[in-house]
Design a protein around this ligand. Sequence first.
Ligand code: ATP
Ligand code: FE
Length: 410
Amino acid sequence: FTVLGIETSCDDTGVAVVRSDGVILGEALASQYKIHEQWGGVVPGLARDAHASVIDSMVEEALKKAGMASVAEVGAVGVTVGPGLEICLRVGTETAKALATTFHKPFVAVHHLEAHCLMARFGQPLDSREPKEEAAGTSASSPIPPQTRFPFLALLVSGGHCMLLECWGVGRYRTLGGTLDDALGEAYDKAARLLKIGTGAAGGPAMERLAREGNPKAVVLPVPMRGKKNLNFSYAGLKNAFRMAVTRLKEALNLGEEEDFDPKTKADLAASFQHVAIQHLEERLTLAMKESERRGVHTLAVVGGVASNQAIRARLQVLCEKRSLARRLEKEQERIWDEANSENKGGGTMEVEAPLPPWELVVPPPRLCTDNGVMVAWAAIEKLRLGYSDVVEGRDVHARWPFASWQNST
Ligand code: ATP
Ligand code: FE
């Protein structure tokens, strides 16, 4: 079956037609970056108007790319109903409700964060009985990877969130930690503004590009929550320390408030910020991985807009390898210890525990990490496979929608 997915929770109007075996048949995305750029942040009223003016043409474009004449040809309609900007969510939701009603299609309400998380599983279902014919836009050189299995540990890093979740199934998530203040994407965006290299959500990618040219050890910044044993994040302290470092450096170089750094210094600042930001992720993740592996989890998924960052991907790949090695050594030590003990006690055969496979890192393709219609269609596919769909009547949007209360309502 196929699903039409619609996303309008923030400043991207995303629509896609996705087939249940993980093939993207048609995709359309309108970014409002140019509209909000001059204001330095997303202006809700302008965002709603922009969604409203392009939503119909985005639906049309996605269907056209999929070779479909109308919504009559899709199997179901999915839409993000929260969390996000209420008046923006309403544009997508009303459109989806009207289409589902007109064409008598099942309607699936999607949680934005769940859609980000389930992108870790975007791919060919292992139990797929769908026909495997070549679809538009796919080729033999890009085979669809198999779906990641539950359970997995998800690091959700986006513009509004920074969370650690253990994902046990569709609709079954256990929150291990969240941010005490700022989200990582937000911190990236603010750091980029300070360096005057990008506004809004363009800040993150600009910081990543600039950081490649710099020395990550040039400016010493404090790693947040060092030594704390919980699984929460905090990026407000790093943001402030970065602002102070920028001010101090300007003073030291005798630069005025409006004057800019030379390219090398600027790159060093970006690289130093990114280095410490990732170090914080690594430290929290090491604790979380130790905890989750006791429950048999050995897959780490990084999802949300910031997951498109290649430096994060590379460092977390190394982290997975390190943790796998450390765990093997710990197990070996335990075994030696147990053996010695049982010898002292004079015997009995030891029970041999099956070793866990090494940690595997899963990151969706960069363009599917930031908001898009594909993730909404895919989340709807996952829910439909389990038999969930919603009634259109009375389905409202939720500007604030914590994972916990949503799980109870599914
Ligand atoms: P949420 O999903 O929490 O509701 P959102 O939908 O607005 O927030 P996303 O679209 O998921 O956020 O992600 C956007 C964020 O990702 C922005 O803060 C942006 O700076 C950040 N981001 C995107 N690409 C990169 C990158 N390469 N490096 C760092 N940050 C990035
Ligand atoms: Fe998002």
